[in-house]
Design a protein around this ligand. Structure first.
Ligand SMILES: NC(=O)c1ccc[n+]([C@@H]2O[C@H](COP(=O)([O-])OP(=O)(O)OC[C@H]3O[C@@H](n4cnc5c(N)ncnc54)[C@H](O)[C@@H]3O)[C@@H](O)[C@H]2O)c1
Ligand SMILES: [Zn+2]
Ligand SMILES: [Zn+2]
Length: 367
């Protein structure tokens, strides 16, 4: 057993502000040693993503108490049997373990691993086990990572080694924001010179998509968000055209690829409205399960358009994270610019408020 400190969501649907209702408590927990095929990681940095907030606010119902955090990086301290990653190695943790054997894993990222998704829904590691306890009682894992803690035990299939020169906060963001937003660009949109990509929603995921488009020579990016400060932040990254959703519609924007990275039906509606004939609307946001939009089927048929969902950027992490590392190293993907604040674990409830307000790009907890 290792004694760790971690941020545990105690109850779902607490009223805002979370700074007052404090649904997340930081406490001591016991972490069991890694089993076969697992790693013990000393967490160095963890990003706060809307998918964490979606558990807090009940948009994505998960079992509690749950140790949150699914976008993290750290140093391997110990390994179970059959693991080919050595202690001392820096790893990016990703939020969907891949069994490597199911039909979904054979689709090269197109569909999410079935046992991995089942374990994530149940709040366990890939083998169905729980390594986290508090005062003897089990605490659920978040998306196989539970990175808001000093240490984590994860399936080795949740970890991708990265070279030492990738700083911890950059490595953490590679695990969710970049893999999701950037993966939607590399694996689904696949723009070529002369094309334009619009991104709706400029949080960590949307901004990572924006940065990835900017890394493509000759491809234009349009950044859309309802908050003026997000449009200013996009301009700061080098985006020339920024709009609120209404401004984009009024300006008659219609482009061949639109990525929705909000997780709200209104934003998907905007993304569909901005997609040109023959174009593709790519949705990565995760709205509440009962959310619906109304579509004109004729518009899709008569204009030859399509709507594509993308989980984890349709990525194979071990294949795609090295691509993002290469772009970062070449100075073409300044991931560090997505970090809007560096915070301590104790400020997690306040961080959830800022995320819910939409004012943060990525807040990163460092240990
Ligand atoms: N598909 C996946 O694998 C995957 C992975 C990670 C996150 N996500 C989801 O992606 C979404 C984005 O995550 P994030 O962490 O970047 O979120 P975020 O909260 O940091 O950013 C969302 C942004 O959308 C903006 N926004 C809100 N409503 C809008 C509207 N109607 N039109 C335009 N902009 C609007 C907000 O101002 C904010 O800037 C969430 O739903 C999250 O759960 C999906
Ligand atoms: Zn995430
Ligand atoms: Zn699988």
């Amino acid at each position: 057993m290792v004694a760790i400190r971690g941020a545990v969501l105690e109850r779902i649907g607490a009223p805002r502000p979370y700074a007052r209702s404090r649904p997340i408590t930081v406490s001591e927990l016991e972490l069991a040693p890694p089993g076969p095929g697992e790693l013990l990681v000393r967490v160095e940095a963890a990003g706060v993503c809307h998918s964490d907030l979606s558990v807090v606010d009940g948009n994505r119902v998960r079992p509690v108490p749950m140790l949150l955090g699914h976008e993290a990086a750290g140093i391997v301290e110990a390994t179970g049997d059959g693991v080919h990653i050595a202690p001392g190695q820096r790893v990016v943790l990703t939020f969907l373990p891949r069994c490597g054997h199911c039909p979904a894993c054979a689709t090269e990222g197109l569909t999410p691993c079935e046992p991995g998704s089942a374990a994530n829904g149940a709040g366990t590691l890939l083998d169905g086990g729980i390594r986290l306890h508090r005062a003897g009682q089990p605490v659920f894992h978040h998306l196989g990572v539970s990175g808001f803690a000093t240490h984590a035990v994860v399936s080795a299939t949740s970890a991708v080694p990265v070279p030492e020169d990738v700083p911890p906060s950059v490595a953490a963001l590679l695990g969710c924001a970049v893999l999701t937003g950037g993966g939607a660009v590399l694996n689904v949109a696949r723009p070529v010179a002369g094309q334009t990509v619009a991104v709706v929603g400029l949080g960590g995921v949307g901004m990572a998509a924006v940065l990835t488009v900017l890394a493509h020579d000759g491809v234009e990016v349009i950044a859309i968000d309802q908050l003026p400060e997000k449009l200013a932040a996009a301009s700061g990254l080098g985006v020339q055209r920024t709009y609120t959703p209404q401004q984009a519609v009024d300006a008659g924007v219609r482009v061949p690829m639109v990525i929705e990275a909000v997780g709200h039906p209104a934003a998907l509606q905007t993304a569909i409205d901005l997609t040109a004939p023959g174009g593709r609307t790519i949705t990565v946001g995760l709205p509440a399960p009962d959310a619906r939009i109304s579509l004109s089927p004729l518009g899709f048929v008569a204009e030859g358009r399509s709507l594509i969902g993308s989980y984890l950027g349709s990525s194979v992490p071990a294949r795609d994270i090295p691509k993002f590392v290469a772009l970062w190293r070449a100075g073409q993907l300044p991931v560090q610019q997505l970090v809007s604040a560096t915070i301590t674990l104790d400020a997690i409830n306040e961080a959830m408020d800022r995320l819910a307000d939409g004012t943060a790009v990525r807040q990163v907890i460092t240990f």
